[in-house]
Design a binder for this molecule. Structure first.
Ligand code: ATP
Length: 231
């Protein structure tokens, strides 16, 4: 069996004295998509912050391609191939779309041509300042920036939050296209179970900072969803 691209075992994290993660286990395979689920405040964003080194992992292990990354600085983890699209689609507002993309670029198959192929709207707005884009376009730019770093693991935190249905559909179509990119593993947080079920092969559910369920998305039934997700 090949080692997972990302493997969390018993990850624990605190905000000051307040413990947020009590033992998170999750796995993303190369070329696979894992959905990270749970009700509000259960630790999804905290898990992502801990993977990226933005919050220390106090116990447990985080392996990226078999290498322990706990304790490394965020920029080093990013350079090892972790591309984050954070909640709130942060881009550099005064910079143009082109400048935002160039600033993120690292060598690899993902370049300006490929990103604008995935999101043609970005190609039409290359000279426009990011701050003047619509919410959906800013989200596309945030994903484009993460892809320009040529990650092996792409992490999307609530990528469709607050967007109009047509734009959400465009983002989901792009994620489905990325899924066919064999080299890339994806970790996805989203509130729409239906959409997650369409793209994710594995799922993990967090409750109060712990993994309470992990398995194939096809085995996530209505009883589990009602119990842990309240849907
Ligand atoms: P949501 O779906 O609402 O974004 P989430 O599952 O991503 O929720 P987290 O944001 O990871 O949940 O929050 C997990 C816990 O950590 C919550 O109890 C939250 O109140 C707490 N928490 C989050 N950020 C901070 C912070 N900066 N300082 C202190 N506590 C925090």
């Amino acid at each position: 069996m090949t080692a997972p691209l990302l493997d969390l075992r018993g990850v624990t994290a605190l905000y000051g004295a307040s413990q947020a993660l009590f033992g998170v286990d999750l796995r993303v395979d190369a070329g696979g998509v894992t959905a990270l689920m749970g009700r509000n405040g259960m630790g999804k964003t905290t898990t992502i912050r801990t993977i990226c080194g933005l919050l220390p992992n106090r116990a447990g292990e985080i392996f990226l391609d078999g290498h322990e990354v706990s304790g490394l600085a965020p920029h080093r983890i990013a350079r090892m191939g972790v591309g984050l699209v954070p909640e709130g689609r942060r881009c550099f507002a005064p910079l143009t779309v082109r400048e935002n993309l160039i600033a993120a670029a690292r060598p690899g198959p993902w370049d300006m041509t490929r990103v604008t192929g995935l999101f043609p709207r970005l190609g039409e707005r290359m000279g426009q300042r990011a701050g003047t884009l619509s919410g959906g376009e800013q989200q596309m730019l945030a994903i484009g920036r993460a892809l320009m770093t040529n990650p092996r693991l792409l992490i999307l935190d609530e990528a469709t939050e607050g967007l109009a249905p047509t734009v959400r559909a465009e983002i989901w179509a792009a994620i489905a296209a990325l899924r066919r990119d064999a080299g890339l593993g994806i970790l996805l947080v989203d509130k729409s179970l239906k959409e997650l079920g369409g793209v994710a092969d594995r799922g993990v559910i967090l409750d109060k900072g712990r993994t309470v369920w992990a398995g194939s998305m096809s085995t996530l039934d209505a009883a589990l969803a009602a119990r842990w997700l309240g849907v």
